[in-house]
Design a protein around this ligand. Structure first.
Ligand SMILES: [Zn+2]
Ligand SMILES: [Zn+2]
Length: 323
């Protein structure tokens, strides 16, 4: 089968390689589509804490299995031990033995991959393969919304109008919250105008000084982190959803804000299988309005030349489709 391997920083190699024989608990998946996310482009540029090279990247994957023709499955990109305290308490994304597809295990930049059987989640009819690749990032957004307990009538502020910002908005709106999004890139913000008007999502021009019950940072900017803390109501909740590219300038001030105004801070990293199932239910409900997030479909061999653009963060998703 054809596979695109990352062999070093900024070095992809298109190779013919054998698919390993699946173990008893595993299954071979014929990849139908794999989305390229900014994390993939970052790994291509500079590696990642959890990346072991050489590696076939790709963690936003859906595909088919030979034993169930005609059915499509999204792949939860995790493989957890199932017996540690994190796994037993439903926090399998925090399993210390976690093996992430596309990081520790070969992923979807290939015609086939091996996944644990228990990681497959069936895609409802009517959702095509490209759209189904949104299941994983939407599951991460749903995870964040659960971590910070978004409730009906909460006023939510989201920093970052990229794919994850939009999917966080979907997950929050689904719980009855109202959403305002902000992004310094007006062009990027403009690309979601139709979607935002359909779901009454405001942008920051209207209300820069308002306070919110909940803030998500879906950008790696330390400024957004600080600004988000300042935009919380007393007793408000902050979901730290993206890793920061640089350290906040005034960390002491931030912690004082937590103290004096009784703010709550929650982290969110990755997603669990129940989050994936929830994501597919939400895709069935909102998917017809999310097609704009799939900006381009490309062939496997074109993926290396897409990395620079994806790293720049201007686009929503580019998806590798396999025929
Ligand atoms: Zn991703
Ligand atoms: Zn575990």
């Amino acid at each position: 089968m054809q596979a695109l391997r990352l062999t070093g920083k900024e070095q992809f190699e298109l190779v013919e390689q054998e698919l390993p024989v699946p173990e008893d608990h595993e299954i071979a998946v014929r990849v139908a589509a794999t989305a390229i996310c900014r994390t993939d482009a970052k790994m291509w540029r500079s590696g990642h804490r959890d990346l072991v090279m050489p590696r076939v990247l790709g963690h936003e994957v859906c595909g088919t299995i030979d034993e169930a023709p005609g059915r499509l499955f999204a792949v939860w990109p995790g493989s957890a031990c199932g017996s540690c305290s994190a796994c037993r308490s439903g926090r399998e994304n925090l399993c210390p033995e976690m093996q992430i597809t596309g990081f520790h295990r070969d992923g979807g930049f290939a015609e086939r991959l091996i996944a644990p059987r228990s990681s497959l989640v069936e895609v409802p009819k009517g959702i095509d393969a490209s759209l189904a690749t949104l299941a994983e990032p939407l599951a991460c957004a749903i995870h964040g919304v659960k971590q910070i307990s978004v409730r009906r009538a909460d006023r939510v502020l989201i920093y970052g109008a990229g794919t994850l910002g939009i999917l966080l908005a979907v997950a929050a709106i689904n719980r009855g919250a109202s959403v305002l999004m902000t992004d310094p890139d007006a062009e990027k913000l403009a690309k979601s105008a139709a979607f935002r008007s359909r779901y009454a999502i405001e942008t920051d021009e209207e209300n820069a000084d308002r306070l919110f019950d909940i803030v998500f940072n879906a950008t790696s900017s330390a400024e957004a982190f600080e600004s988000g803390i300042r935009h919380l109501e007393a007793g408000g909740r902050f979901c730290h959803f993206s890793g920061l590219g640089s350290a906040p300038v005034h960390p002491g001030t931030i912690f004082s804000e937590l103290h004096y105004r009784e703010l709550e801070l929650a982290g969110s990293y990755g997603c669990t299988r129940p989050d994936m199932r929830d994501a597919l239910r939400l895709l069935a409900r909102y998917g017809h309005d999310l097609g704009f997030l799939i900006e381009r479909t490309i062939r496997l061999e074109d993926a290396p030349s897409a990395m620079e653009t994806i790293l720049a963060g201007k686009d929503f998703r580019q998806v590798i489709e396999f025929k």
